[in-house]
Design a protein around this ligand. Structure first.
Ligand code: GLU
Length: 313
């Protein structure tokens, strides 16, 4: 059974982990392929837990906003499934890719149907679906809107410098989108679709906001958080299954082995993990390993999950 610590015990564990992460020498490298991300100091570390039955607990830089990058793919998937339901799976698969998140090779071999919604081409199809179903440009970005409502934080915003940096350097993502257009799996305008995708990746949130915004995934699909997300119990189970199998790029198996929880990472150094029935965890440290996952965020959540017996296995 997962341990359910009281707030004081959880605070002690988080503070202890944050102190030890501050002393870690091996921190990986900050992502540099999006130039704006390379400016984030390597020494940052934050962590937050949003339990289902108590107040959020935070440690370190847990209230510092950072670029959520691929973590946005979870919120985008929730929005797209809300629009088109299970028909989404005709255009996007549900298998781990085993390839880098922006790989083109697999997409060509599989005729433009991305392996899953958490690699870039899958997320670009998801953006296309959202745009098709929510085209009104007078409203703000639907993924931003969902993040704000789930975190109950209307000040969550897009970092316009990161967005501009992604647009300027996004040729590979546009190439993925054009390839899928040629295969009939993109219906909108490639520039609009990719810019919508870049915009959601450029949303800035803190660990506290991310843990709060993903807490609905720890419920059984019921309650106020799940209502905001518009999810059913079955959808929550399936989102968690996708996060467990595909949430950490081509290291998803390794992360499942080490942490044992559904997770989603981003190249901004964020990592969220869901403890079913207990709550959501978010950790952030900008240094990445070779597969694009945050070295210290993985280490910290691994330690937390071990200490509190939170693995689902
Ligand atoms: N905006 C990034 C890209 O498309 C997201 C990468 C990530 O976090 O996986 O390259």
């Amino acid at each position: 059974m997962p341990h359910r610590p009281d707030p004081a015990e959880l605070q002690t564990v988080l503070d202890d982990i944050a102190t030890r992460m501050a002393g870690e020498a091996e921190r990986g490298e900050v992502a540099s392929y999006i130039p704006e991300l390379a400016r984030v100091p390597l020494n940052r570390f934050g962590m937050a837990v949003a339990p289902l039955d108590g107040p959020p607990i935070i440690a370190g830089d847990a209230e510092v906003p950072f670029s959520i990058q691929s973590i946005s793919k979870v919120f985008a998937l929730v929005a797209a499934l809300g629009h088109v339901g299970a028909s989404l799976w005709r255009r996007v698969g549900r298998e781990p890719s085993g390839d880098p998140f922006n790989s083109i090779v697999q997409l060509e071999a599989e005729r433009g149907k991305p392996r899953n919604p958490f690699i870039n081409p899958g997320a670009i199809v998801v953006s296309d679906v959202i745009l098709e179903n929510q085209p009104d440009e007078t409203t703000q970005h639907p993924v931003l809107d969902l993040c704000q409502r789930l975190a109950d934080a209307p000040d969550i915003a897009v970092d316009e410098d990161v967005f501009a940096s992604e647009v300027a350097t996004g040729d590979r993502n546009r190439a993925l989108a054009y390839f899928m257009l040629a295969e009939g799996n993109i219906r909108g305008d490639v520039t609009e679709v990719t810019e919508s995708y870049f915009r959601q990746c450029s949303i800035e949130m803190s660990c506290l906001q991310l843990a709060t915004a993903t807490r609905f995934l720890a419920t059984e699909g019921e309650g106020p958080d799940a209502e905001i997300a518009g999810v059913t119990p079955e959808r929550v189970r399936r989102l968690n299954a996708l996060m467990m199998t595909c949430g950490c790029y081509d290291a998803s198996g390794e992360v499942a082995f080490r942490i044992g929880l559904p997770c989603k990472s981003g190249v901004g150094g964020g990592l969220v993990a869901i403890v079913p029935g207990v709550g959501a965890i978010a950790a952030w440290s900008p240094g990445l390993d070779k597969k694009g996952n945050s070295v210290l965020a993985i280490k910290a959540i691994e330690e937390l999950a071990h200490r509190l017996n939170w693995s689902v296995f």
